[in-house]
Design a protein around this ligand. Sequence first.
Ligand code: ZN
Length: 275
Amino acid sequence: MTSIDNFSKLCVHTQTTKPWTIEECISHFSAAGIKGISIWRHLLEGKDLKSIKAMLDAHQMEVVSLVRGGFFPAVDAEQRDLALEDNRLAIDQAAALGAPLVVLVCGADPRQSLEISRQQIQKGITALIPHAQNNGVKLAIEPLHPMYAGDKSALVSLGQANDICEAIASLWVGIAIDVYHLWWDNELKNEIIRCGKNKNILAFHVCDWRVPTIDFLTDRGLMGEGCIPIRQIRMWLEEAGFDGYNEVEVFSERLWAQDQKLYLEDIKKSYLNYT
Ligand code: ZN
């Protein structure tokens, strides 16, 4: 398997270095030679998007994605409408920052069946397509690990995400493949090939699965700290035609507690050695 020998396709999610502001992420990532950034929306609250865009341009940073929209299912119609409104705002923000896509954590409502939630997800994404197209922003469905099926995502495998993408059949809708959520699936390789044939692989997220995992949300590992065959999965994506950024997305109380500048150097080492 081919290893990576440079940082030209390294992207870091702002949530990976959670203690930093958006301005700190931009300047420190850039100083570390990192070209790609995926921006989490809460960092934009109260900020002037034009000045953030100017700062990104001044540092020659490429915005890989805006994270995140989604959360379509709800028992109440009013709540579903509010979700659509928020997703339109996310698309506007992505366009303002030059982000080519919005990542969708699609949601689930534990008061209804997963099947109904999946129908509402499909309906919600379909309703957003005109706005996405008008703004030149794609929508990337991110299937999550089944442990989040209760309230975060009724889509828990790449097969389900491929099904919904094929049903929607729009150039503006594709998939974000995250190793943390999908590594366990024995159909993963086949589903990556299927996703690539449809030209639907829009993003690739990496981190590692620690054993034992002590928290479902904030105990992700840096690449090499766990049991995910990250390099193998990256090779499958590349064989399927993907040539975009490798996005480091790690949520970890343990790693957030460290000096974030030193941690960024560890991220780079781990990226070369294990991605
Ligand atoms: Zn992800």
